[in-house]
Ligand binder design. Sequence first.
Ligand code: HEM
Length: 484
Amino acid sequence: MYIIYLGIVIALAVLIYFDTFKPHRFPPGPKWLPLVGNYLQLQKLRHRLGYLHLVWDDLALSYGPIIGLRLGNNLIAVICGKEAASTVLSTDAFDGRPDGFFFQTRTFNKRLGVVFTDGTHWLEQRRFLQRRLRDPDIAAEACDLVDDLAKRCQHPVPMHTAFDICVLNSLWAMLAGKRFALNDHRLSELLNIVHSSFRATDMSGGLLNQMPYLRFIAPRASGYITLVNNLQRMWNFMKETIHEHETTLTAGCPRDLIDSFLLEKEEDKNKATSSFTDEQLLSVCLDLFMAGSETTSNTLSFAILYMMRYPEIQQKVQAELDSVVGRTRLPSLADRSMMPYTEAVLMEIQRRVNTAPTSVAHRAVCDTELFGYKIPKGTTILVSIWSVHMDKQHWGDPENFRPDRFIGKDGKNKHDTWFLPFGLGRRRCLGEGLARSTMFLFFSTVLHSFSISVPAAHPVPSLDGYDGVTLSPKPFYATLTPRL
Ligand code: HEM
């Protein structure tokens, strides 16, 4: 008996010893521990620095722009700086997305949707969405928003969530042909769930992805119960919307993206395999709901925050609006090309805010060489867009909020290849066009209608946001003074 115990202890010790070995020519990084990898070190650093993107920056100082880590069982390569980031984002071998417990729990324990799939399934679904995603009538949405703000502006208005429903409305108009009242409580609750779930995890999939067994040991503390409950509420919401479509669908007459999907599914019904299934439709709706709403509304709330902190820049935007749009109508998308300063302000907000600081995680689909390192198949790749947007050598004064950096000598917008808020390459953001139109119209319509300032007796709000998959503004109020 004693020999058996001894054998087990020795075998475990050998396993644990080998668990600390790094793959051959893996990028440099801190030593890792058996089972948890670098998890504890990263938590400690995150606690000290406040944000995960600052952790990557700190590690890059010691190990260089490509850092090798392990979280639980997952190998991770963190990519910092423009050269490495552009190379990775434009290399097909890094076009995969991570798999694992967290990602699959979102989509019925399968690899579904468009954001966290790869291979032929992803390609087919991405192409379908690219064909069907068309800009809805955002101007009408922006007009409703300012009407609603006008009714509430006698008192300071909470602005950190002010854009939630109207941003979702522009997305939902395209997806489901439907809009919600700006005071819809059920939707506000769902959007609060999205906000908190984006804050509760990070781009590596978080604790549950790295150590999925924790759901059995500590289902509540590991966040598993909250994750499942939140997903259930989101799925119920999507299911209702899809069911309404199924009962009113007319062949040959798609009203929106859900209809188009259902018709595609009908066409494929006799095929042996098809990526157009009921679960895939739910997953796509969930993906677009989460990818599209949080990013855009957070950027817009930060934009208001920056305008409160930089009133002289706000006045310059308003002067441009008054000269191009005038005071008798609201801005439209047709004005955009004539408003380089407003466009530059929005670009600078995106550069400085970094709503998606570590982009969406990628995955190496085969063993690949990267600047002399070997990245094994399956490694999760985290690209720090923050490190590119805040590079001192390129931008000179990256900490400063200076929209003029996006204006050329000819007075037109200067495009800079170091500006990558929507990523790059084949996995570049699918909603970039919609996001840019939404941000321009909502931002310009609000500033055309109101001057925004810090309410008397309120503290000047901080520009620092909450950390998470996206950075989100902390709660803040603004005084909105109607412009006559
Ligand atoms: C300010 C707003 C937005 C920002 C900053 C943003 C940023 C990003 C980034 C950085 C990526 C990852 C690129 C990569 O993996 O290399 C991405 C992917 C994606 N975005 Fe956006 N996004 C925004 C708005 C939207 C909107 C409105 C939609 C909805 C239509 C959307 C849908 C997606 C989808 C579906 C993907 C995954 C694409 C794929 O994996 O093939 N995004 N976005």
